[in-house]
Design a protein around this ligand. Structure first.
Ligand SMILES: [Zn+2]
Length: 448
């Protein structure tokens, strides 16, 4: 037996060879998962496929439904999604380590966004076919391929005769695309029992170590209705909304110049944004509109507090209304509604970040950048609610959330090998030389 957490070139080669021997099975399994149309609320059958794969690895499965977590509905990030959690479990399975190593959690979401107009696809969105080295269909890239990779990484380690010292936990969750309340929020609150979390979302083999926060808001402005023939006896709510729209646009511009987090600005992007997404007013050309409503989305940097952002938007709306007699008598209202996501940030020199970067840059011809992701990702629950460092690292994003989503099989293989090597470097490992020798002998025999 040899024990190490620094991976020698022979062990690295052995694991990469093992990944090459499991990738066809992993690709077929990804296709099986794609054929289960696991949109929000309908994850159960896909989870059963995952459960079968975990059982085939000889693992015991722990099922956690969101309703099993006491007080989850009081969590500030919980929002009611109208779907019952009954029969939609999150799955966890533990590969016991030999002891004295750090533990690691691989987490993947089994749910997918809907396919949109299927006629716009050039193949069956739920066909899961493997053609020209690509697994094709909704979820192949986001992230059934990543989910398959983390499961088959365990198989690859076994074939390579590697046993981990720390525990490795595999977790398959629901509802990420709809906010993750019943998925990773539930598993994080239940206690991940791991020293670090890696989520193989399609990151193009970069490390997403931070995400911004997101809030939705609605501004309602009152007018005074009147017949169009007597326009001047009414107060047009659209006219009253316009200065508020402009003030919010100015706020966006001001914030993009003053709020900075280097993790979000690697590609010349802004750290934060404010978008007015809908405007709704009036019912009929012959009436003066008596109400106008706009809805927007504002993001905030990890260093900012959500309460601070809310105050900023509310003060901006109030300031835009100041000096207008009508608006002073009929103050606009600001509501915060719907989906909201917290920001999170892991330090770039956190041990798990350095482990992933060094493992991948050593041999894959790619230097993973540590960057921020502008949107909600499940890592935030582990960082904020379970005090556990978490990052996303996985294969490429190919037409995700769009038409003709696919994942190249060679990226799946690289993901399997990377995840296996990350687990070895993080958890520490021993190599079973007897198994390795037997494996080598068997292969030589096969060649003769
Ligand atoms: Zn995803």
């Amino acid at each position: 037996m040899t024990g190490s957490s620094v991976i020698g070139p022979a062990d690295r080669r052995r694991v990469r060879e093992a990944a090459a021997t499991v990738v066809d099975d992993a690709a077929a399994f990804t296709g099986d998962l794609v054929r289960e149309r696991s949109v929000q609320g309908a994850e159960a059958t896909a989870q059963e496929r995952v459960a079968e794969a975990l059982t085939d690895l000889g693992l015991e499965i722990d099922r956690l439904e969101a309703d099993d977590v006491p007080g989850i509905e009081d969590h500030p990030e919980f929002a009611d999604t109208d779907d019952s959690y009954d029969g939609r479990p999150n799955l966890s399975a533990r590969v016991d380590g030999a002891g004295e190593g750090r533990s690691l959690l691989f987490n993947g979401h089994v749910d997918v966004v809907p396919e949109g107009d299927a006629d716009q696809w050039s193949f069956d969105p739920f066909g899961g076919a493997i053609v020209d080295g690509e697994i094709r269909g909704r979820g192949a890239s986001d992230m059934k391929g990543g989910l398959a990779a983390m499961i088959y990484a365990v198989e690859a380690l076994e074939r390579a005769g590697v046993s981990l010292r720390g525990d490795l936990i595999l977790q398959s969750v629901i509802e990420e695309e709809a906010g993750g309340y019943g998925g990773s929020l539930a598993t994080a609150l239940a206690g991940p029992e791991a020293d670090a979390v890696v989520i193989p979302e399609p990151t193009d083999f970069d490390c997403w170590i931070a995400n911004d926060g997101v809030s939705y808001f609605r501004v309602t402005v009152e007018g005074k209705g009147a017949h169009a023939a007597n326009t001047d006896s009414g107060v047009n709510a659209v006219a009253k909304l316009i200065p508020i729209f402009e003030a919010l646009t100015d706020l966006h511009e001001e914030r993009t110049e003053t709020v900075h987090d280097e993790l979000f600005e690697r590609d010349g992007e802004n750290t934060v944004s404010l978008n007015v997404g809908t405007v709704d007013a009036g019912e009929w050309p012959s009436s003066v509109p008596d109400e106008a409503v706009l809805e927007g989305r504002i993001s905030h940097a990890p260093a900012e507090e959500r309460a601070e952002i809310r105050r900023l938007v509310e003060e901006t709306v109030q300031a835009a209304a100041a000096g207008d007699q009508w608006l002073e008598a009929h103050p606009p209202t600001v509501e915060w509604f719907g989906w909201r996501g917290s920001s999170a940030r892991v330090a770039p020199d956190e041990a798990i970040v350095e482990t992933v970067q060094s493992v991948v840059s050593d041999g894959f011809d790619h230097e993973p950048r540590a960057i921020g992701f502008p949107g909600g990702i499940d890592t935030r629950f582990f960082v904020n609610d379970a005090d556990t460092p978490a990052l996303c690292f996985g294969p490429g994003a190919h037409n995700i959330h769009g038409t003709d989503e696919y994942l190249p099989v060679d990226e799946l293989e690289q993901a399997i090998a990377s995840l296996a090597l990350i687990a070895m470097a993080w958890c520490g490992y021993d190599r079973d030389d007897e198994a390795a020798d037997a494996d080598r002998a068997a292969r030589q025999e096969g060649q003769q």
